[in-house]
Ligand binder design. Structure first.
Ligand code: HEM
Ligand code: HEM
Length: 188
């Protein structure tokens, strides 16, 4: 029987799962890479490679996250798993932030990198052009936003992961399973 690409009433489908896990792992890797960049000096040989990787992977994330938001809009996401009203509202707010904060992180990264008018080279394959700088002192301000928003996003993702584990091991409900086990077409 065919596996469901789209979400079903009781489970995420293969499309949402692949996008969720690829983006989650990439964001965590990008955070570590960003902190590492901060330790490099201009004279370090890695200064020529690691920031270029960070930016190229980041521009790939722009595409993946755009696809994810589009996929979310055209899918009927699974019904929420019953839990107290208060927790349901917190879950909703955290999920919304986990869609929003990556967008702000990517936009601020773009604004740091293009503040001096230079385009972003993506894997030495093609260039993403720079827009004219929008604000004074753009590189420094965007740098602050980039760091703090990325840190908030990764901290929330940590909380979110702990909540998923709590659902699995303490509430013993389907929350984590339905982001991991691909449903069959007929479940929809
Ligand atoms: C940076 C990392 C992550 C981001 C940005 C992220 C983002 C999201 C978002 C936006 C949703 C909501 C999906 C929707 O209803 O449209 C979601 C759901 C989910 N995530 Fe993550 N996530 C991350 C990491 C993780 C990790 C590490 C775990 C695991 C332990 C996890 C487990 C889950 C589960 C189980 C759901 C489904 C929740 C439900 O059914 O209501 N996520 N994630
Ligand atoms: C979700 C994706 C991303 C994450 C999690 C992330 C995370 C980080 C972190 C934690 C830092 C270190 C900041 C500091 O210590 O001050 C950093 C630096 C940097 N990031 Fe990102 N980043 C992402 C995407 C991007 C993108 C798309 C670009 C540009 C195209 C970019 C460009 C930069 C640059 C140029 C720096 C060095 C800034 C400086 O030294 O002030 N980042 N990033």
């Amino acid at each position: 029987m065919a596996l469901a690409l789209k979400d079903t009433p009781n489970s995420f489908g293969l499309g949402s799962m692949l996008l969720h896990w690829i983006i989650a792992l990439t964001i965590i890797g990008m955070y570590a890479l960003g902190l590492y960049i901060d330790t490099l000096t201009y004279y370090n040989p890695e200064y020529q490679t690691i920031p270029a990787w960070h930016k190229s992977i980041g521009m790939t994330l722009v595409l993946l996250i755009a696809l994810r938001i589009l996929w979310r809009v055209i899918n009927r996401t699974p019904k929420p798993i019953p839990q107290p009203k208060m927790l349901l509202s917190i879950t909703k707010a955290v999920h919304l932030l986990l869609y929003l904060l990556p967008v702000i992180t990517l936009a601020s990264g773009y604004m740091i990198s293009t503040a001096d008018g230079r385009p972003i080279s993506v894997f030495n394959w093609f260039d993403v052009p720079a827009l004219p700088a929008l604000i004074d002192n753009q590189e420094d301000l965007a740098g602050e936003v980039h760091y703090w928003v990325a840190t908030l996003m990764v901290s929330l993702a940590g909380l979110h992961a702990l909540a998923a584990l709590k659902h699995h091991y303490i509430n013993k409900d389907n929350t984590l399973i339905r982001m991991l086990r691909i449903p069959k077409e007929t479940d929809s």
